[in-house]
Design a protein around this ligand. Sequence first.
Ligand SMILES: *Cc1c(COP(=O)(O)O)cnc(C)c1O
Length: 445
Amino acid sequence: MVTLHHTDPELAALLDTEVAQQNSTLAMVASASIADPSVLAAGGSALSNVTAEGYPGARYHPGAQQFDAVETLAVERAKHLFGARYANVQPHSCSSANLAVLSALLRPGDTLLGLDLDAGGHLTHGSRASVSGRHYNSVSYGLDESGRIDFARLTDLVLEHRPRVLIAGASAYPRTIDFARFRAIADTVGAYLLADISHIAGLVAAGRHPNPVDVAHLTTTSTYKQLGGPRGGLILSGREYKTPGPDGRTPLHRLMQRAVFPQSQGTPSPASIAAKARAFAVAAEPAFLETARLIVHNARALARELSALGYQVLTGGTDNHMVLIDVTSAGLSGVVAERALEECGILANRNRIPGDTKPPLVTSGLRLGTNILAQRGMGPEQMRECAQLLHTVLAGTTARSDTEYRIDPALVAIVREEVRWLCSCHPLPIDTTAHVPVSLIGVGT
Ligand SMILES: *Cc1c(COP(=O)(O)O)cnc(C)c1O
């Protein structure tokens, strides 16, 4: 079989190194997960060669029979996984999905209410850095003193600004999101509720977080985060799928079809849609339930261990896959903590925390996630080791400024070795010989 190693050794070597690094690194980036090899294979399949705008049965190009069947399969599997009545699998990302939803429900200048970026919200929830905050009149809600969503303030803001769309969802929030409460508040002014479950889609699919699909009007998610799918987005709707849009006539499901194509995207990505179909099937298997259970138990254990080591854990703990800590007590900024950890083979990203006084590229916090640790089969016992390793690095790092630091190279070597050992005891669920999809599916033989 001819593989990338023969045809392009330079590129193959880079991809080889990437696999080796993923295998020997403790990845605790909360937005990341490991895609099953079958998902990677589907995503690298020859279906990518098909160009066909439109939807199954209504394409603007010929030659889409298999793609029609694949997209229909992906839609059916998405509906089954989330208990939805409508699914659109074409968004190229959740950012695209959110912007499509907003553009269908809002006219420029209309009011949108979302969680503030600095409080853990997403750019597309109305941040000024995104078109969602520039084309619409964006208002933000935040957190209360305990670090939880401030529903009292949210209720006041809804009554004061009467948004047309309320967004529930976050990129950095370690607690359960009470979608029913959001819906009740949205209903007081007749706002549409958009639930964005990008970070928690795996827990929702596995029944470990309340499912918003029948509660919100529309639900969006990334497919590559906790779902272990390809890069991409998904729009879902449940009970409300036939509810009229802002024109009082067109049902939401029809509005969404148009909002994605032709209003905001051109050709879909057929191979990515095949990979989504595969990922939705993987997420419906019993093994995924066990991973979801470990994700939650590990996060709780990690939060407990870090508290015991003296770190301030935001909200005092976690309900999902995420643990947010304040690293200023260790005398470090978020970016210094991130870089020192990376040097030691541990990946976790800097994050702003409520009341943060440091700039966005510096920050005072660190965001940790347990998706990949759970996928490796690690359990709460290993979280003690992980917390210890984190602490060893953070306590052994001396900040010279918010961006400069020193760490003893001997300490780096020791931690790296321990990380390597821990990783080798809990290998990634990927076949390291099958890292290049073309070799996996035998294309090029
Ligand atoms: C990551 C994220 C997105 C954006 O997803 P992409 O697929 O990366 O565009 C949207 N919303 C939330 C809450 C996210 O965490």
